[in-house]
Write a protein that binds this ligand. Structure first.
Ligand SMILES: Cc1cc2nc3c(=O)[nH]c(=O)nc-3n(C[C@H](O)[C@H](O)[C@H](O)COP(=O)(O)OP(=O)(O)OC[C@H]3O[C@@H](n4cnc5c(N)ncnc54)[C@H](O)[C@@H]3O)c2cc1C
Length: 456
């Protein structure tokens, strides 16, 4: 692929200015330095892409760098294009319930500004402080509240994007409905920077809930766990916003000696659930929530429960769920993000645990996830991190997913990391059609090359 041509760097500097083109750490501490363009407007993004297109220069769009599938890793001498200088929240429209933002706005800033206006942007995930709206859109991020408000795809009304050749696809209107031909924004959402650069978006915001109730509950077995989910969905009048499950191994690790968290509920059960409702009547919702859990206890759907009684207790319970970076203490480890039908989860987790026990000496397998969405995160610390080991672990995880018609990526995407397993969840015709779409958007193949699949 070669180094970036000096003449192109000179032209880019003319468009972007001295601070708009820097040499810096590229994707993370493990990655070497590379050239990164930092455009400050959509027009600068378009001018950058036009120059790169004319020169055949590959480009990797960069958001908050919190992605988990090596989608920012270089395969050659790509130019990084960071949206870090496009961080404006341009407008909040409470009447239309929309928020217009530039792609570099961190998710948490979008959430906080919506809240200041009595609104809520419901996308939420552990990396909220750093991940950007552009990155969320490019990965179709899921997170903690998909059960009620869907994935990022469900929260984007319109997009502005710059294509590989510098063409700007303009931001359309704020109306939720727009059935005028193919909905191109949905191709860009989840495309991991391979089809275009998201520069601005109109997001759908909701009225801010007036109440949030949350609890940790303990459940003895999987059958009861699924009954409790159905019970909460059926009895909470649409207010159920999260149903996050921690398998006992993970619960005992995250609240054990190696972390700052104390167990809110005693050990001894098979599953621990962080359950949350959001509503509009604080007093009544708190009573209803307590009564719901009381009734669940009577019906033997839960064995134990602790309800957060204050904002700080609520944060402490959520921190237990969100503090996944503690897992790095178990390194070397491999992380997975799979989805499958809820009814198949129990036999899936039993099968992979059995196969890990048969294959490795004393492997550690931790499981947690957004169970209501059919999404499991599986963390495997097999004892060593050789290339063969990684491959063996992947085969066990993904074989069992393929045979159950599940997905090798529920919400993190494919990047480089899962490229070899795309065919486990998509057939040859689907992948061929994806290649044609890539060809139509980016004929020279300069946008995030080598990610998701190879282009012939
Ligand atoms: C602690 C932690 C918890 C997490 N929890 C969740 C979770 O619950 N759910 C979930 O879905 N993910 C989760 N993630 C993964 C990650 O936060 C999301 O994938 C997030 O959406 C990535 O956003 P980013 O801005 O960091 O993107 P980056 O990591 O910078 O980029 C990710 C991909 O998007 C592309 N991209 C970035 N910006 C643009 C743009 N403007 N235009 C076009 N392409 C672009 C990049 O090229 C790359 O392919 C978690 C990560 C961490 C570290």
């Amino acid at each position: 692929m070669g180094n970036i041509a000096p003449a192109l760097l000179e032209d880019l500097r003319k468009v972007l200015g001295e601070t708009g083109l820097i040499e810096a750490a590229f994707a993370g501490p493990a990655d070497s330095e590379g050239w990164i363009a930092r455009p400050a407007s959509t027009e600068e993004v378009a001018a950058t892409m036009k120059l790169c297109h004319d020169a055949g220069q590959p480009v990797i769009p960069i958001g908050g760098r919190t992605g988990l599938v090596q989608a920012l890793s270089r395969t050659g001498h790509e130019l990084g294009l960071s949206l870090e200088r496009m961080r404006a929240v341009e407008e909040i429209d409470p009447t239309s319930r929309t928020m217009t933002v530039q792609a570099g706005v961190p998710l948490q800033i979008a959430q906080e500004i919506a809240e200041e206006h009595g609104l809520m942007f419901p996308l939420d995930l552990g990396a909220r402080g750093t991940a950007t709206i552009g990155g969320n859109i490019a990965t179709n991020a899921g997170g903690n509240r998909v059960l009620r408000w869907g994935m990022t795809r469900d929260m984007v009304i319109a997009l502005e994007a710059v294509l590989a050749d510098g063409t700007i696809l303009p931001l359309q209107g704020k109306a939720l409905k727009n059935n005028t031909g193919y909905d191109l924004k949905h191709l860009l959402i989840g495309s991991e920077g391979t089809l275009g650069i998201v520069t601005r978006a109109i997001l759908r915001v909701r009225p801010k809930p007036k109440s949030e109730n949350c609890a940790f509950v303990a459940i003895p077995n999987f059958e009861t766990l699924t009954k409790f989910l159905s019970y909460m969905e059926g009895q909470s009048s649409g207010s159920l916003s999260s149903f996050e499950v921690l398998w006992s191994d993970y619960y005992e690790f995250i609240t054990g000696d190696m972390t700052p968290h104390n167990p809110p509920i005693a050990y001894g059960q098979a599953y621990y659930v962080l359950v949350e409702t959001m509503g509009a009547d604080p007093k009544k919702d708190a009573t209803d929530f307590e009564e719901l859990l009381g009734e669940a206890f009577e019906q033997e759907l839960i064995a134990d429960a602790v309800i957060a009684k204050s904002e700080s207790e609520r944060h402490a319970l959520w921190h237990i769920r969100d503090d996944v970076l503690q897992l790095w203490q178990l390194s070397p480890l491999f992380t997975f993000d799979v989805s499958l039908a809820i009814a198949q989860m129990d036999n899936y987790t039993s099968e992979i645990k059995r196969r890990f026990d048969e294959t490795f000496d004393n492997p550690q397998v931790m499981i947690f996830g957004h169970l209501g969405d059919g999404n499991l995160h599986v963390i495997v610390a097999p004892g060593d991190k050789g290339l063969d080991t990684h491959h063996m672990v992947e085969e066990i995880i993904y074989d069992a997913i393929r045979s159950r018609n599940g997905s090798v990526s529920a919400e993190h995407g494919i990047g480089l990391e899962k490229k070899g397993y795309l065919s486990y969840s998509r057939n040859a015709d689907e992948i061929a059609l994806m290649r044609k779409i890539k060809q139509a958007f980016d004929p020279k193949g300069i946008l995030n090359p080598g990610k998701i699949f190879d282009v012939d």
